[in-house]
Design a protein around this ligand. Structure first.
Ligand SMILES: [Zn+2]
Length: 231
């Protein structure tokens, strides 16, 4: 009998709390494939002019999808009301990556765009010339940062490995770690991405706000969002 643990490629990794238009609440734990499908559906709706807000949280990596719907209160009154339906998607695993985990996610994200994308083969992910070792592969699927996507290559159906939205959020947190420092007359903030820094003749609060904004912008870019709209 094999002692090798079974690779469950679609574990529940995310808690979805839906507050419906009538105020009732339902909670369930879902896979990253389903979480990504819900996010994608909302992004399509947004592109079609739907009233949807996607708010990623700066610490937990949670995402709130908010739908607004306007219509008559009931069949007889002429009164119109706007109701909201929200879906809070909270990762069950903190979006904190070790450097080796980040490199494995980066490798797969980078080769996703190629004609022959990353594949799961004999328990490891093969991406171009490189491979993610089996133990790391299992861990990244268990965290929900890798997921399987159905695609076609040479007119044949294949199962590709992709980095989920949760994985991309974790990568963004890893890439953009901001720090602030306050001198006697000014305050500074900078980011580990080395592409952003600020220096102001003001207090620490101002640079902290600027650093938060930088991280928020990078998080919104994960969804192709700029100022709440899709670019
Ligand atoms: Zn940065």
């Amino acid at each position: 009998m094999s002692t090798e643990p079974v690779l469950d490629t679609a574990p529940a990794v995310c808690r979805s709390t839906v507050t419906h238009f009538d105020g009732t609440v339902s909670v369930r734990e879902i896979s990253s494939a389903l979480a990504d499908a819900l996010i994608e559906a909302d992004l399509c709706d947004l592109a079609g002019g739907g009233s949807i807000e996607i708010s990623p949280a700066l610490r937990s990596g949670a995402i709130t999808l908010t739908h607004a719907s306007t219509g008559p209160r009931d069949a007889t009154s002429g009164e119109w009301v706007t109701a909201h339906r929200t879906n809070l998607l909270e990762p069950l695993h903190a979006p904190r990556l070790r450097p080796a985990q980040y490199r494995a996610l980066w490798l797969v994200a980078d080769s996703e765009k190629r004609t022959y994308g990353p594949k799961l083969r004999d328990g490891l992910v093969v991406a171009g010339l490189a491979a993610v070792p089996p133990a790391m592969t299992r861990r990244l699927f268990a965290r929900g940062w890798f997921r399987i996507e159905h695609a076609t290559e040479n007119d044949k159906p294949v199962q590709r490995v992709v980095v989920s939205y949760a994985g991309r959020i974790a990568m963004t947190f890893h890439e953009h770690r901001t720090e602030t420092a306050e001198g006697q007359w000014d305050a500074r903030a900078w980011c580990s991405c080395r592409q952003w820094r600020t220096h102001v003749q003001a207090d620490r609060v101002a640079v902290q706000r600027a650093a938060r904004l930088h991280r928020e912008e990078r998080l919104k870019a994960v969804f192709g969002l700029h100022d709440g709209t899709r670019a």
